[in-house]
Design a protein around this ligand. Sequence first.
Ligand code: SAM
Length: 219
Amino acid sequence: MSVLPRRFQKIKNVLNSRMEDLTVLIEGVNKPHNLSAIIRTCDAAGVFQANFICDHSNVKTFNSTAQGSQKWVKLRNHESYLEATNALRKEGFKLYGTSLNENSIDYRDLDFTKNTCFVLGAEKWGLSKELIDQVDESIYIPMNGMVQSLNVSVAGAILLFEAIRQRKNNDLIPFEGEGLNQEEYKKTLFEWTYPELIDSYKKSNKDYPSLNKDGEIEK
Ligand code: SAM
């Protein structure tokens, strides 16, 4: 079993700049093309894991809009808004709820260089009041048109790329895997390189093997 050197290098380059401390939490977004577009943006921005509030086991999503990006962004389901906010806060995230209410702050006035989670809401109703009450800060993207709001995936892209812009300006974009803990890095490198072997390792309860510099499995 082996991987082409160019493919392995591409996988490593992408993983090396993934960030665990930038994420989204998505509540009630139910159109597959919107979910897929958000995940595709997460991939482009370097988000390692995206969070969903979803009481059934799998986020129903993907169509051609995702362009396969769901393979490269970890998806984490939470059963309720409270479980999600407690878990993310425990991990050190600051929660930025997107909401067009009078207490919201213009997103351009905030610092997203550390532990940032953008909380995005449903196409029709936006975020639930319960979730808005849980966030650390409410933010908005100023609107100058006749229509009151943006498509949720567009709003997510603006916010994520603002975080990237700020991090770039401060030399905070990882480039050699320092954006992930080393165990997660090693595990993900194996899973991205050899997806067809994941099941057999899991079934036999064995740890993944190490890979050498060319991506070959070490004996
Ligand atoms: N009527 C809903 C409301 O008042 O929130 C509009 C929902 S909007 C179509 C869907 C989601 O996109 C929102 O929950 C938010 O996450 C995001 N969004 C859209 N426009 C936004 C803006 N100008 N600022 C911040 N987030 C926005």
